[in-house]
Write a protein that binds this ligand. Structure first.
Ligand code: ZN
Length: 479
């Protein structure tokens, strides 16, 4: 099963147009409600991506613009429409309804049958999930917590002797507008410190590692034959697995270089779409979606719920469909599906190795030449490439490492030392108002340990906290 994102990338023009637009609009769910300019950027790049439908001068396009793509995010539903934890669309509302039923079941699980009809149980199950806007937002409830919300610290606590997890290893602590950075020793474990922890996503770290390795290779190629043979330079960092393995053994000077690159990336990562930024470049930078593998239990729960719904729906529609119709459908679309997956493969190959040039028209470097080699060739032949936006963007996209499902370059965890409140902008927080980041920083900053129900047998949270604070301070790489 391909994600919409993969389908888009692979079969850009082969998907039926309405389906493509629908798929893009669904991505609104993964735009964090934190910055309104991100919502506006989403609308802007969406319109630019589908100008024939969304920007045309005809009554239909005008209608879509007036009723759905106006600057009121509520008109399109999605998560961006509301505050974290609140459903922003009919769909979201239905999802909440299901969750209410589950909560009601849980609240009344020890009650006798005739006791269950007490309306107070309904009220308490609603309160478990209630999210209110200003001025009542502090009135109703605490977001629900799960045992796994503290896994980030559990993993950190167990860490082997090498590098700590990349979320922390390459994190920065800044003030709100990123004009100032703080050292870990200034803020971590200090309950009065107000700061934003900027945690890079794996996609972001891996892509920068790949770019760095690419640049390293080019430099070596230009220097001398013997250096070309130096160990480590053959390391390709083009898949998440390879990146993760490489990161674990990255020499200290390269850790510093990688972190410097990430700092520039962080400072450039402003809310809203940039000039010339495409829809998917924008969504990959500013969206918030957890990776498919090793994801949080919350995300897993949501994905499982979606699948369940999809199954239910497809079962229904299958029953309606006669066998005859099914065959007709297959005869009509079977070939098309095959064709699209073929295009997917071809394109995947195209961005990675071959560029589809006619070899007779160009100097042939090798069948498997990549973007780096083209850059080298151009540099060697005095063709000016530095500053050429198109080429740089092209190079940038070929060196991007994508972790399946993940969207977003940075997760921002805001810690308020005065109110002792923590907010985040990650997928789990946007959907459920609580996430592993919040849980971790509650422990680190305010010593708020998980309740007994969320502790594992034998865990000593005072000690775990102490060790994690020490580690984060000790392992911090200053640049
Ligand atoms: Zn979070």
């Amino acid at each position: 099963m391909h994600s919409f994102e993969e389908l888009h990338t692979a079969t850009n023009l082969t998907l039926p147009f309405p389906l493509q637009i629908m798929g893009d609009i669904l991505v609104a769910n993964y735009i964090s409600p934190k910055d309104r300019s991100d919502w506006l950027g989403f609308i802007k790049t969406l319109k630019e991506r589908h100008p024939e439908v969304l920007s045309a001068e005809n009554p239909q396009s005008q209608h879509i613009r007036d009723f759905y793509l106006n600057e009121n995010p509520r008109m399109l539903g999605g998560r961006a429409a509301t505050i974290p934890g609140q459903a922003g669309s009919n769909n979201g509302g239905e999802g909440k309804g299901r969750r209410m039923k589950e909560k009601f079941k849980r609240v009344t699980r020890h009650k006798r049958k005739d006791d269950k009809i007490n309306p107070m149980h309904l009220v308490s199950s609603l309160a478990l999930d209630l999210v209110m806007s200003e001025p009542l937002k502090n009135f109703a409830s605490e977001p629900e917590r799960t045992m796994a919300d503290w896994d980030m610290l559990r993993v950190l606590n167990r860490h082997p002797s090498g590098a700590i997890m990349l979320d922390f290893q390459y994190a920065f602590y800044t003030n709100k507008d990123k004009t100032k950075t703080f050292g870990a020793s200034e803020v971590i474990g200090n309950p009065n410190a107000t700061f934003t922890a900027q945690l890079p996503t794996a996609s972001n770290v891996y892509s920068h590692l790949n770019k760095m390795k690419g640049a390293g290779k080019a430099a070596v190629r230009a220097s001398s034959f013997h250096e070309m043979r130096c160990p480590g330079m053959d390391d390709e960092a083009d898949t998440p697995e390879k990146c993760s393995a490489l990161l674990a053994v990255l020499p200290p000077n390269q850790v510093i270089e990688l972190k410097s690159r990430l700092l520039s990336n962080l400072l450039a990562n402003t809310p809203g779409a940039k000039d010339g930024e495409t829809f998917w470049d924008f969504v990959r930078r500013r969206g918030q979606r957890n990776p498919k593998t090793s994801t949080t239990t919350r995300t897993k729960g949501r994905i499982a719920e979606n699948k369940k719904n999809r199954k239910k729906k497809s079962k229904k529609s299958k029953n309606k469909q006669s066998e005859d119709e099914k065959q007709k459908h297959q005869a009509k679309h079977g070939e098309e599906t095959e064709k699209s997956s073929g295009t997917a493969k071809a394109e995947e190959k195209g961005t990675k190795s071959k560029w589809g040039f006619d070899p007779d028209d160009f100097v042939v470097i090798d069948v498997d030449f990549d973007a780096n080699e083209i850059m080298d060739f151009m540099k060697e032949n005095d063709i000016k490439v530095a500053g050429d936006e198109l080429i740089e963007r092209l190079l940038d996209s070929t060196l991007t490492v994508r972790v399946p499902r993940q969207l977003g370059h940075w997760v921002e965890v805001e810690v308020d030392g005065t109110t002792k409140k923590i907010t985040c902008n990650c997928e789990d927080y946007n959907f459920d108002r609580f996430c592993p980041h919040c849980a971790s920083f509650e422990v680190l900053q305010f010593g708020k340990e998980p309740s007994n129900a969320h502790q594992k047998a034998g865990e000593k949270w005072g000690e775990i906290r102490k060790k994690c604070i020490e580690l984060l301070k000790k392992k911090e790489v200053t640049i």
